[in-house]
Design a protein around this ligand. Sequence first.
Ligand SMILES: Nc1nc2c(c(=O)[nH]1)N[C@H]1C(S)=C(S)[C@@H](COP(=O)(O)OP(=O)(O)OC[C@H]3O[C@@H](n4cnc5c(=O)[nH]c(N)nc54)[C@H](O)[C@@H]3O)O[C@H]1N2
Ligand SMILES: Nc1nc2c(c(=O)[nH]1)N[C@H]1C(S)=C(S)[C@@H](COP(=O)(O)OP(=O)(O)OC[C@H]3O[C@@H](n4cnc5c(=O)[nH]c(N)nc54)[C@H](O)[C@@H]3O)O[C@H]1N2
Ligand code: SF4
Ligand SMILES: [Mo]
Length: 701
Amino acid sequence: MPLDQNRAEIAPETTSDVQVFHSACPHDCPSTCALEVERLDPATIGRVRGASANTYTAGVICAKVARYAERVHHPERLTKPLRRVGEKGIGRTAFEELSWDDALDEVAARLREAAERHGPETVWPFYYAGTMGLVQRDGIQRLRHVMGYSRQHSTFCNTLADAGWLAGTGSKTGVDPREMAESDLIVIWGCNPVSTQVNVMTHVTRARKNRGAKIVVIDPYETESAKQADIHLMPNPGTDGALACAVMHVLFRDGHADRDYMAKYTKGADDLETHLKSRDPAWAEEITGIPAEEIEAFARLYGTTPRSFLRLGFGFTRSRNGAVQMFSASCLPAVTGAWQHRGGGALYSNAGIYGVDQTVIKGEDVMDASVRLLDQSRIGPILTGDPRDLGDGPPVTALFIQNTNPMNVAPDLGKVREGFRRDDLFVCVHEQFMTETAAMADIVLPATTFLEHDDMYVAGGHTHLQVTRAVIEPVGEARSNHWVLCELAKRLGAEHPGFEMSAWDLMDDALKRSGYAGAQEIWEGHWEDKAQDFEDGHFLNGFGHEDRLFHFTPDWSKVGGNHHGMPALPDHYAVVDARDDEHPLRLVTAPSRNYLNTSFTETATSRKREGRPEAQLHPDVCEELGLAAGDLVRIGNRQGSVMVHARPTEGLRRSTVIVESVWPNAAFVEGIGINLLVSADSGQPNGGAVFHDTAVWLKRA
Ligand SMILES: Nc1nc2c(c(=O)[nH]1)N[C@H]1C(S)=C(S)[C@@H](COP(=O)(O)OP(=O)(O)OC[C@H]3O[C@@H](n4cnc5c(=O)[nH]c(N)nc54)[C@H](O)[C@@H]3O)O[C@H]1N2
Ligand SMILES: Nc1nc2c(c(=O)[nH]1)N[C@H]1C(S)=C(S)[C@@H](COP(=O)(O)OP(=O)(O)OC[C@H]3O[C@@H](n4cnc5c(=O)[nH]c(N)nc54)[C@H](O)[C@@H]3O)O[C@H]1N2
Ligand code: SF4
Ligand SMILES: [Mo]
């Protein structure tokens, strides 16, 4: 088997015994840590550490990536192309090995056949965030656009958060996260950084040590981050809009609103003040469950601390009203003018600062906007033929999947499973492991990890652009996404300059087009810091909208087409899956610490640390139902029910249940996971999955 022709040389050797190479964490985590990887020999890595020279990573990474050798050199890594000869869903024993040439020929033939029969839109290249590298993640777009295959609306993760942030600020940028060290108050809102982006805590800890900063966490349960906070506000899920309004009510009422700032930098302040009159802490207590005194105290603290930093996460946007929740929270620093102060303001994401031109990587030059757009979070309804998604178009009869595990992570899992089981659906999955999605495939192709291919990374959670080279040779016959796409392109007759270039050259070309130094130069320096200056980071030269103002009265139609009924001002937008007599609890499926989505569910250490899927329940609820720790409970709604073990805990409200995720289906007693209960409804105005927005019933199993 020839080596990957499209891959640059692996990193050159250094002199010491164990050689250390720069890399970057490819996982879908805002931290995008700068890494130092020990290479024991050209095929083997040792420990992975955080780069201490990187001012954001500052030498710290999460435990699961520190032991990445366990994942790269896992005995169950896929090492050969496979063809399914047995039943769908069983796993490895249902597959036989075949050569790369045969496998690629077969995939190309099946995609061609499908397109000949139903038209190219019947083929759906499906991808997400297994690697966040700009070349290896997004190259699939090029094949899609050249071939006229169905387009994908990527809504698993940040669609609702983006919509809400953009509505007010108009720009996907914010304050440099390193400034948190200079804050006096840090509000961690709807995120759980101890688990989901550990480096936030490094900078939070600095503020606490150096300045005695106060830490507030706003989360429906007592996460590890909440345990470290001075104040934990515990809202009912999906009610942060009400909390934000009540806080602003107090800010106006008690003279903490900065009228000069608002006059200069914002639009709609008078309407806002009037609107907030009726939204006092007592009103918000009814909705959020947070006692009015706690809201008052938090508002006072926020209003009297100029250097107040909001670290806004994704968690509180994963509901039908998620965009409004994010928008409402983002209004706070525009009321107090906290944006003007070092260590003040807010950060949701800095993904908007990089401006890397991905036209060639994604083949955007040949994209036909009239080709249908399928919403990835609705893969269940789509594969089961929902006319709301397919309209007059053809059914999806061929899926080519890279970088995602929809059989676990997608909403409405019952339909996803039903869809994948269809006999008339051809599925090719390019994967590192025999995931439950790969097990449904007709052809499985082995994929490299980030340590076996070249790529470049931007980060939402900080400001560095990083270029990496492969550190080790591919494991077995694993090949990169880019290589597979180029080989398929050849066989499908897909012509585009991007298929003639190596991953390295694609990167180099994109960087130079975007005004950066070339790939080699950045790789040698490990990263380039694209931090904005103070004025821009704090929007002191104006916000992102044409009028340069922050909008308290957003134009939702500019953010997405489905804006009917959305509130004109920050508010509690009561469109969530509300509790009722039959469904008295609200389910939140927050990420678990030792998995990253479903990545690492294959590693023994993560599995051991997580134990088993559990429902965290208030002790009173357990008592009512006669439940002891470890008893099986059944949680359900109209979509179905799943069984998990009960874990009584004081750290949540009686009406909230937490099942940390994302476990393989096979970890559940009945072989189907928590996303069975999550709706495939999309949030307004631009879509977005609603993973934490589910009313459920619960009983002893
Ligand atoms: N260990 C680990 N790290 C991860 C991931 C993982 O699976 N595991 N996933 C990665 C990915 S893809 C992403 S997008 C990020 C996401 O990371 P975060 O931004 O942290 O978002 P979530 O993890 O979805 O949710 C964070 C918290 O929001 C809370 N939450 C849920 N609903 C509400 C609400 O209505 N209001 C409020 N105030 N809080 C709410 C949840 O309880 C949870 O503790 O993390 C990344 N990092
Ligand atoms: N219940 C619940 N469900 C959720 C969430 C939640 O909080 N709760 N979070 C949601 C969120 S925020 C997200 S982002 C999605 C994420 O969902 P996914 O993007 O599907 O994330 P993973 O489950 O980690 O699956 C990524 C897969 O890509 C593979 N992979 C990694 N690198 C490469 C590569 O270079 N090439 C190829 N071919 N494959 C590769 C990995 O082995 C892994 O199996 O899940 C969503 N689902
Ligand atoms: S904290 Fe996030 S970015 Fe850093 S190593 Fe862990 S998963 Fe990767
Ligand atoms: Mo995500």
